[in-house]
Write a protein that binds this ligand. Structure first.
Ligand code: URA
Length: 219
Protein backbone atom coordinates (compact mmCIF):
# COMPACT_ATOMS: atom_id res chain seq x y z
CA UNK A 1 0.00 0.00 0.00
CA UNK A 2 1.40 3.39 -0.96
CA UNK A 3 1.03 6.00 1.80
CA UNK A 4 0.28 9.69 1.36
CA UNK A 5 3.97 10.58 1.41
CA UNK A 6 4.73 8.17 -1.41
CA UNK A 7 6.55 5.18 0.05
CA UNK A 8 5.44 1.67 0.54
CA UNK A 9 5.35 0.01 3.96
CA UNK A 10 7.74 0.85 6.76
CA UNK A 11 10.94 2.13 5.24
CA UNK A 12 13.47 3.53 7.70
CA UNK A 13 14.84 6.64 6.02
CA UNK A 14 18.62 6.67 6.12
CA UNK A 15 20.52 9.60 7.59
CA UNK A 16 23.47 10.85 5.58
CA UNK A 17 25.76 11.25 8.51
CA UNK A 18 26.11 9.58 11.87
CA UNK A 19 26.84 12.98 13.47
CA UNK A 20 23.42 13.35 15.16
CA UNK A 21 23.85 9.92 16.73
CA UNK A 22 27.03 10.76 18.64
CA UNK A 23 26.06 10.86 22.32
CA UNK A 24 26.97 13.84 24.49
CA UNK A 25 30.11 13.28 26.61
CA UNK A 26 30.95 10.14 24.65
CA UNK A 27 32.73 7.17 26.15
CA UNK A 28 33.62 4.02 24.21
CA UNK A 29 30.73 1.99 25.69
CA UNK A 30 28.25 4.83 24.97
CA UNK A 31 29.54 5.15 21.41
CA UNK A 32 29.38 1.41 20.83
CA UNK A 33 25.80 1.28 22.07
CA UNK A 34 24.73 4.21 19.88
CA UNK A 35 26.57 2.85 16.84
CA UNK A 36 24.70 -0.45 17.17
CA UNK A 37 21.58 1.33 15.93
CA UNK A 38 23.28 3.35 13.19
CA UNK A 39 21.26 3.91 10.01
CA UNK A 40 23.40 6.73 8.63
CA UNK A 41 23.88 4.90 5.33
CA UNK A 42 22.21 1.88 3.77
CA UNK A 43 24.86 -0.64 4.81
CA UNK A 44 23.01 -1.43 8.05
CA UNK A 45 20.40 -3.16 5.88
CA UNK A 46 22.77 -5.84 4.59
CA UNK A 47 25.28 -6.09 7.44
CA UNK A 48 24.58 -8.41 10.35
CA UNK A 49 25.57 -5.80 12.92
CA UNK A 50 27.66 -2.71 13.50
CA UNK A 51 31.27 -3.70 14.10
CA UNK A 52 32.63 -1.04 16.42
CA UNK A 53 36.27 -0.54 17.36
CA UNK A 54 37.86 -2.65 20.05
CA UNK A 55 40.63 -2.02 22.53
CA UNK A 56 41.45 -0.06 25.67
CA UNK A 57 40.62 3.64 25.96
CA UNK A 58 44.21 4.18 27.15
CA UNK A 59 45.67 2.63 23.98
CA UNK A 60 48.75 4.45 22.70
CA UNK A 61 48.28 3.05 19.20
CA UNK A 62 45.14 3.15 17.08
CA UNK A 63 44.98 1.04 13.92
CA UNK A 64 42.31 1.91 11.38
CA UNK A 65 41.23 -0.47 8.62
CA UNK A 66 38.61 -0.13 5.90
CA UNK A 67 35.52 -2.03 6.99
CA UNK A 68 34.70 -5.32 8.70
CA UNK A 69 34.89 -8.45 6.57
CA UNK A 70 32.67 -11.51 6.52
CA UNK A 71 34.02 -12.99 9.77
CA UNK A 72 33.99 -9.65 11.57
CA UNK A 73 30.40 -9.04 10.49
CA UNK A 74 29.36 -12.32 12.09
CA UNK A 75 31.52 -11.97 15.21
CA UNK A 76 30.84 -8.25 15.77
CA UNK A 77 34.54 -7.57 16.32
CA UNK A 78 37.14 -5.95 14.06
CA UNK A 79 40.04 -7.85 12.51
CA UNK A 80 39.20 -11.36 13.69
CA UNK A 81 39.15 -13.01 10.23
CA UNK A 82 42.07 -13.92 7.95
CA UNK A 83 43.33 -10.32 7.66
CA UNK A 84 43.08 -10.00 11.43
CA UNK A 85 45.13 -13.14 11.96
CA UNK A 86 47.81 -11.75 9.68
CA UNK A 87 47.66 -8.48 11.58
CA UNK A 88 48.11 -10.41 14.84
CA UNK A 89 51.26 -12.07 13.47
CA UNK A 90 52.63 -8.74 12.25
CA UNK A 91 52.00 -7.14 15.65
CA UNK A 92 53.85 -9.99 17.36
CA UNK A 93 56.75 -9.54 14.91
CA UNK A 94 56.72 -5.79 15.63
CA UNK A 95 56.66 -6.48 19.39
CA UNK A 96 53.35 -4.68 19.83
CA UNK A 97 50.82 -6.17 22.24
CA UNK A 98 47.48 -6.29 20.42
CA UNK A 99 45.57 -6.16 23.69
CA UNK A 100 47.06 -2.69 24.20
CA UNK A 101 46.06 -1.44 20.75
CA UNK A 102 42.74 0.11 19.72
CA UNK A 103 41.64 -1.43 16.43
CA UNK A 104 38.83 -0.01 14.34
CA UNK A 105 37.59 0.66 10.81
CA UNK A 106 36.56 3.67 8.74
CA UNK A 107 33.22 2.03 7.90
CA UNK A 108 31.49 -0.01 10.56
CA UNK A 109 29.21 -2.23 8.52
CA UNK A 110 30.27 -5.00 6.13
CA UNK A 111 29.59 -4.11 2.50
CA UNK A 112 29.33 -7.17 0.33
CA UNK A 113 27.84 -8.75 -2.76
CA UNK A 114 26.76 -12.34 -3.16
CA UNK A 115 28.85 -14.64 -5.34
CA UNK A 116 27.18 -18.00 -5.14
CA UNK A 117 26.98 -18.74 -1.44
CA UNK A 118 29.87 -16.43 -0.58
CA UNK A 119 29.70 -12.84 0.55
CA UNK A 120 32.39 -10.94 -1.30
CA UNK A 121 33.81 -7.70 0.09
CA UNK A 122 32.82 -4.55 -1.81
CA UNK A 123 34.70 -1.30 -1.36
CA UNK A 124 32.73 1.36 0.51
CA UNK A 125 31.95 4.50 -1.48
CA UNK A 126 32.52 8.13 -0.48
CA UNK A 127 28.95 8.62 0.77
CA UNK A 128 29.28 5.60 3.09
CA UNK A 129 32.69 6.71 4.33
CA UNK A 130 31.43 10.23 4.98
CA UNK A 131 28.28 8.99 6.72
CA UNK A 132 30.30 6.74 9.05
CA UNK A 133 33.19 9.10 9.76
CA UNK A 134 31.72 10.74 12.89
CA UNK A 135 32.12 7.39 14.71
CA UNK A 136 35.82 7.29 13.90
CA UNK A 137 36.24 10.95 14.84
CA UNK A 138 34.54 10.22 18.17
CA UNK A 139 36.80 7.19 18.76
CA UNK A 140 39.83 9.38 18.08
CA UNK A 141 38.53 12.06 20.45
CA UNK A 142 37.98 9.54 23.27
CA UNK A 143 41.09 7.37 22.85
CA UNK A 144 43.45 10.22 21.85
CA UNK A 145 46.10 7.78 20.59
CA UNK A 146 49.72 8.88 20.47
CA UNK A 147 50.17 6.93 17.24
CA UNK A 148 47.57 6.55 14.51
CA UNK A 149 48.23 3.96 11.79
CA UNK A 150 46.02 3.77 8.72
CA UNK A 151 45.89 0.30 7.19
CA UNK A 152 45.41 0.60 3.44
CA UNK A 153 44.21 3.25 1.03
CA UNK A 154 40.63 3.64 2.25
CA UNK A 155 41.72 4.52 5.79
CA UNK A 156 44.65 6.63 4.59
CA UNK A 157 42.56 8.64 2.17
CA UNK A 158 39.69 9.07 4.63
CA UNK A 159 42.02 10.38 7.35
CA UNK A 160 45.01 11.84 5.51
CA UNK A 161 43.44 13.17 2.33
CA UNK A 162 42.37 11.78 -1.00
CA UNK A 163 45.77 12.35 -2.60
CA UNK A 164 47.56 10.08 -0.13
CA UNK A 165 49.17 7.11 -1.89
CA UNK A 166 50.01 4.15 0.30
CA UNK A 167 52.17 2.69 -2.47
CA UNK A 168 54.65 5.57 -2.30
CA UNK A 169 54.03 7.16 1.12
CA UNK A 170 53.69 4.14 3.40
CA UNK A 171 55.80 4.28 6.53
CA UNK A 172 56.28 8.05 6.29
CA UNK A 173 55.33 10.21 9.23
CA UNK A 174 52.53 12.54 8.21
CA UNK A 175 52.07 15.99 9.66
CA UNK A 176 48.55 15.77 11.11
CA UNK A 177 46.58 17.04 14.06
CA UNK A 178 45.03 13.60 14.55
CA UNK A 179 47.89 12.30 16.71
CA UNK A 180 51.58 12.93 17.48
CA UNK A 181 52.66 10.07 15.20
CA UNK A 182 50.52 9.53 12.13
CA UNK A 183 51.40 7.09 9.38
CA UNK A 184 49.92 4.61 6.93
CA UNK A 185 50.91 1.20 5.73
CA UNK A 186 49.41 -1.49 3.56
CA UNK A 187 46.24 -3.35 4.47
CA UNK A 188 46.89 -6.94 5.59
CA UNK A 189 44.24 -8.13 3.08
CA UNK A 190 46.45 -6.88 0.27
CA UNK A 191 49.09 -9.40 1.36
CA UNK A 192 46.55 -12.22 1.24
CA UNK A 193 45.31 -11.10 -2.19
CA UNK A 194 48.85 -10.85 -3.61
CA UNK A 195 50.78 -13.65 -5.34
CA UNK A 196 51.80 -16.39 -2.86
CA UNK A 197 55.49 -16.05 -3.74
CA UNK A 198 55.42 -12.36 -2.71
CA UNK A 199 53.57 -12.82 0.57
CA UNK A 200 56.56 -13.34 2.82
CA UNK A 201 58.27 -10.15 1.61
CA UNK A 202 55.05 -8.15 1.79
CA UNK A 203 54.44 -9.44 5.30
CA UNK A 204 57.94 -8.43 6.40
CA UNK A 205 57.42 -4.93 4.98
CA UNK A 206 54.12 -4.63 6.83
CA UNK A 207 55.61 -5.84 10.13
CA UNK A 208 58.58 -3.47 9.65
CA UNK A 209 56.24 -0.49 9.21
CA UNK A 210 54.50 -1.42 12.47
CA UNK A 211 57.83 -1.98 14.23
CA UNK A 212 58.93 1.53 13.21
CA UNK A 213 55.84 2.93 14.96
CA UNK A 214 56.71 0.98 18.13
CA UNK A 215 60.32 2.26 17.97
CA UNK A 216 59.16 5.85 17.51
CA UNK A 217 56.90 5.51 20.53
CA UNK A 218 59.81 4.27 22.64
CA UNK A 219 62.21 6.99 21.39
N1 URA B 1 39.50 -5.69 6.96
C1 URA B 1 39.35 -4.49 7.58
O1 URA B 1 39.68 -3.44 7.04
N2 URA B 1 38.85 -4.50 8.79
C2 URA B 1 38.47 -5.60 9.44
O2 URA B 1 37.99 -5.49 10.57
C3 URA B 1 38.67 -6.83 8.77
C4 URA B 1 39.17 -6.85 7.54
Amino acid sequence: MTGACGYVGEVTPTLQTAAPLIPPRPTLPKLQEAAAGCTACDLYKSGTQTVFGDGPREAEIMLVGEQPGDKEDLAGEPFVGPAGQLLDRALVAAEIDRTQVYVTNVVKHFKWEARGKRRIHKKPNMAEITACKPWLEAELAVVKPTALVCLGATAAQALLGKDFRVSTQRGELVDSELADLVTATIHPSSILRGPPEEREKAFRGFADDLAKVAQQLRA
